[in-house]
Design a protein around this ligand. Structure first.
Ligand SMILES: [Zn+2]
Length: 107
């Protein structure tokens, strides 16, 4: 199983809805959103096969690390660090994503 499929499976097991064919401007890569206990990750359909898994893993990081912390439940990403509610959360989600992708890659 490729990394992206493994991450999708992980999201499915946590009942996170993933929509990965959104027609956003290229500058918006994706976001994580929560409404109550419903979780959703929306990704730009233009993401390359190289970047897609990283963005999905980053949004899973927001789910894992920040879902109980964020008041405004929306993290949209243009480019790295340029749309920032809280830069610390972005760094944490990036670090989580790198670990998750490398873990899934060797699993
Ligand atoms: Zn983020």
């Amino acid at each position: 199983m490729d990394v992206y499929s493994a991450l999708l499976e992980l999201a499915k097991r946590r009942e996170i809805m993933v929509i990965d064919d959104a027609s956003f401007p290229r500058s918006i890569r994706g976001f994580y959103s929560r409404m109550g206990d419903k979780h959703m990750i929306v990704l730009n359909k233009s993401l390359s096969s190289k970047i897609g898994p990283l963005i999905l893993a980053h949004e899973l990081g927001h789910y894992q690390l920040h879902r109980h912390k964020i008041a405004m439940d929306l993290y949209a990403h243009k480019d790295k660090y340029d749309f920032i509610e809280d830069e610390k959360y972005e760094r944490q989600a990036d670090a989580f994503a790198k670990r998750l992708v490398s873990f899934v890659s060797i699993a």
